[in-house]
Write a new protein. Structure first.
Length: 520
């Protein structure tokens, strides 16, 4: 298992740039998990079907026993799955949940009843699946599945062997060509909010992306989506007609009526409302199918339809209020230092994250005994436009510390760009300027420091006020000597609010250090 994990790229290399002062900027490099896929390499569904039928099940139709809920989308598909899983588990069903990426431990991708599979069970199934694939690879020109495809197979194996009542399967990238799309007869499908992401694979317009997402629709299988941009909705409607499946648009969360007043969500932020609404429809439809009460739709009932009235049951209401989904609008308070973590990594999700942090930080500030210093720990990966995200954060978050990109080779370039963007003098006292550079926000001032890892940055930000970061194995500050000096803005603040966002990998790395008890 260890050799395979090494071969698929589970190595770690960190480098971090920190810009401090009245405004701070931090950037981290994170591990490269898999080689970049091109369009042809994403067309793996047929290959995965062959692997399934040649390994641990005789027919791909055996996956139908998992009573699957299949969910795709650009933003919020993981949260939608988490809400759905909690609701159905609250009804007493044994749930399986396959998601990606993981934050800290690879086992997070495969959950039974809301918990990552235990180490012994994971190793048992991992070894069996890997051995079977290795022994039969000559039947497939010596090919072994890629990282995500392998874990898709592993998840199916675990869920079948552990006899779950249902499996909630989150698409990896896109939908049509995704490894998870070997599913033939899901019980219900869902599409969360669409936006621009993974353009090298899915295309550079929301219409192209919607085409991929609609690829998970299956004939006669009910599908639900949240409100989408007009062009994207038109593509989803066309895909639904092509696949001959009914497609319903979920209502706003505020439209649901309950006996106890407005629905309360455990995951904060208004951007979670569409995800919760979609989860209600998915879980309700699954329950109807389970109890054989879901009305069958004739073939002509395809395209976009309006959902019928749904009054959430007390169990559904409870499920929405108790859902746990780490790394999304996640708050950890360590004494005088409060960490706000959100894995936002698209422009729309970053806007939602900025709005959430601005509101929740202000709420926390009302209870502070003095001034609050705000710091942004930021990282992006892949082809995402980090400059655009930073511009958005700068506009929305006054006195928040921020960042550019994550590649180790770019640290010095990032250092200079940060100074240029913030009108900061260089070390020789000369004002840095660029003819083609417009300042993101005038009158921002910041110094720049470089750290070797995220832990060092967190230790420096907390200024020794977070015992979790100074106890035991985390006690040694790994920054260069000048970094150990006190930063007046942070040291003198009554509280420090740290927003950690831009990448789920960054959020996972932070959680590993900030909440070690949960990730032993």
């Amino acid at each position: 298992m260890e050799n395979y994990m090494e071969r698929v790229g589970l190595s770690v290399s960190h480098q971090l740039t920190l810009h401090t002062g009245r405004v701070c900027h931090i950037t981290v490099t994170t591990p490269k998990i898999t080689p970049k896929l091109n369009g042809d390499e994403c067309c793996s569904s047929v290959f995965i079907i062959s692997l399934i039928c040649g390994s641990f099940v005789s027919k791909v139709e055996e996956l139908d026993r998992l009573n699957i809920i299949h969910v795709t989308g650009t933003k919020g598909k993981g949260s939608t799955c988490a809400f759905t899983e909690q609701i159905l588990r609250s009804h007493g069903f044994r749930t399986g949940f396959f998601s990606s990426p993981h934050l800290v431990d690879i086992r997070e991708r495969i959950r039974i009843n809301g918990q990552p599979v235990d180490k012994e069970l994971f190793y048992k199934h991992f070894s069996q699946v890997y051995r079977c694939l290795d022994e039969t690879k000559d039947n497939y020109d010596g090919l072994m599945p890629r990282y995500f495809s392998f874990f898709t197979l592993l998840a199916f194996r675990v869920f079948l062997e552990e006899k779950v009542d249902l499996a909630i399967i989150e698409v990896g990238i896109g939908g049509h060509y995704d490894s998870t799309n070997v599913i033939r007869r899901p019980w219900v499908c869902g599409v969360s909010s669409l936006g621009i992401d993974h353009i090298a694979i899915l295309g550079d317009t929301v219409e192209k992306i919607a085409w991929h997402k609609g690829g998970i629709f299956k004939p006669g299988v009910p599908a639900f989506t949240v409100k989408q941009p007009g062009d994207a909705m038109a593509v989803l409607e066309e895909r639904a007609k092509e696949k001959q499946c009914p497609l319903w648009v979920c209502p706003d969360l505020e439209d649901y009526q309950t006996d106890g007043g407005p629905l309360r969500l455990s995951l904060q932020g208004k951007h979670q409302h569409p995800n919760a609404s979609l989860a209600l429809q998915l879980s309700h439809t699954w329950l109807q199918r389970r109890h054989r009460s879901f009305p069958t739709s004739p073939v002509e009932d395809t395209g976009v339809l309006q959902v019928s009235f749904l009054k959430p049951s007390p169990i559904m209401v409870k499920g929405l209020a108790e859902t746990v989904w780490a790394g999304r609008t996640h708050i950890l308070k360590h004494g005088e230092v409060t960490y706000f973590l959100d894995g936002a990594h698209t422009m729309r999700s970053m806007q939602a994250c900025a709005n959430w942090f601005k509101e929740i930080s202000a709420q926390h500030e009302t209870n502070a005994s003095g001034p609050v210093a705000r710091v942004l720990l930021f990282n992006t990966v892949g082809e995402r436009d980090s400059k655009a995200m930073l511009r958005l954060l700068l506009v929305n978050l006054w006195n928040v510390n921020h960042t550019v990109e994550n590649m180790k080779t770019r640290c010095l370039e990032n250092e200079r760009n940060w100074k240029l963007c913030n009108n900061v003098e260089d070390r020789n006292g000369m004002q840095l300027t660029a003819n083609n550079l417009t300042l993101l926000v005038p009158d921002r001032k910041a110094n720049t420091l470089v750290f070797p890892c995220a832990l060092s940055a967190l230790q420096w930000i907390s200024q020794g006020r977070d015992s979790v970061l100074t106890d035991g194995a985390n006690s040694a500050l790994k920054g260069k000597p000048s970094v150990k000096a006190k930063a007046p803005l942070l040291h003198d603040a009554a509280e420090i609010h740290v927003l950690i966002t831009g990448s789920l990998r960054l959020v996972g790395g932070a959680l590993k250090n900030l909440d070690p008890a949960s990730y032993k």
